[in-house]
Ligand binder design. Structure first.
Ligand code: SAM
Length: 244
């Protein structure tokens, strides 16, 4: 039902919304540093190994930057559908010139651009898969599997929901105590914050379903590698070719 009334463009292709989002980057990334570094540490490469990875829904490249820092010979393909986020990202990644390419990709539509080759070593995504309807989440995980080299990893850092009201209340209680400002914003949002929130939660689903999608796509080594309240890092590996 919701799939017909998508508000995503109103948020991510709006100059004003993107400018506000970018203004909050420093504060957001202070909270997310540990999770970003863990995503990079989970990748199975030697420190000086050259490899190409794809960052889906890359935004301004916050996840990409940490992987590029962690692996100085890695190169990134950042897939993004918002011209505003892409322009901001090119600016934010100026120090990594020659090590990244932005490609236009609407993850909701599903036609992978030719610039994303098959056989990439790793795919990452953060804070983006929850913007896709379930059908696309499921399809996307299969498409990622197809684009990975054997032995390649997919990792996703994202918020999830729960079906259990008691769990939800516990998440809110602890979250509000940890960040009283966020609690105040939630209780008295501006019209813009309200629009962003509604867009943020509209396709968010519980974690077990997403792990099922990974399993159905064929991944192994599936795990929730990190979790705090409603935020998780999960992922898995495409099996290596037999005998390799
Ligand atoms: C919350 S931001 C996260 C950006 C970045 N991954 C990060 O962790 O900072 C969500 C990103 O997903 C992108 N996005 C939303 N829907 C998309 C779609 N259908 N196709 C591609 N990108 C999309 C937005 O433009 C935005 O850059």
């Amino acid at each position: 039902m919701l799939e017909d009334t998508d508000t995503n463009d109103d948020v991510w292709k709006s100059d004003r919304m993107v400018a506000n989002w970018v203004a909050g980057t420093e504060e957001r990334e202070r909270r997310r540093g540990e999770q970003r570094r863990l995503m990079a540490d989970l990748l199975p490469f030697e420190d000086d190994e050259p490899f190409t990875f794809v960052d889906l829904g890359a935004g301004t490249g916050a996840a990409t930057r940490v992987v590029l820092d962690r692996f100085p010979r890695a190169e990134a393909i950042l897939a993004e559908y918002s011209p505003q986020m892409t322009a901001e990202g090119r600016r934010a990644l100026a120090d990594y010139q020659g090590r990244f390419t932005y490609v236009e990709f609407d993850l909701a539509a599903g036609d992978w651009p030719d610039e994303v080759p098959t056989g990439v070593a790793a795919v990452i995504s953060s804070m983006c898969v929850h913007h896709l309807p379930d059908r696309r989440k499921r399809e996307l995980f299969s498409e990622i599997f197809e684009h990975l080299a054997p032995g390649g990893w997919y990792l996703n850092y994202d918020p999830v929901t729960t079906d259990d009201p008691l769990v939800e209340a516990a998440w809110l209680r602890a979250g509000d105590r940890q960040d009283p400002e966020a609690a105040a914003k939630r209780q008295h949002p501006s019209p813009e914050e309200q629009r962003r929130h509604e867009n943020h939660v509209r396709y968010m689903i519980p974690l077990p379903l997403q792990l099922d999608f990974l399993r159905a796509a064929g991944f192994e080594a599936i795990d929730v590698y990190w979790k705090q309240l409603d935020y998780v890092i999960y992922g898995g590996r495409k099996p290596p070719q037999p005998g390799s």
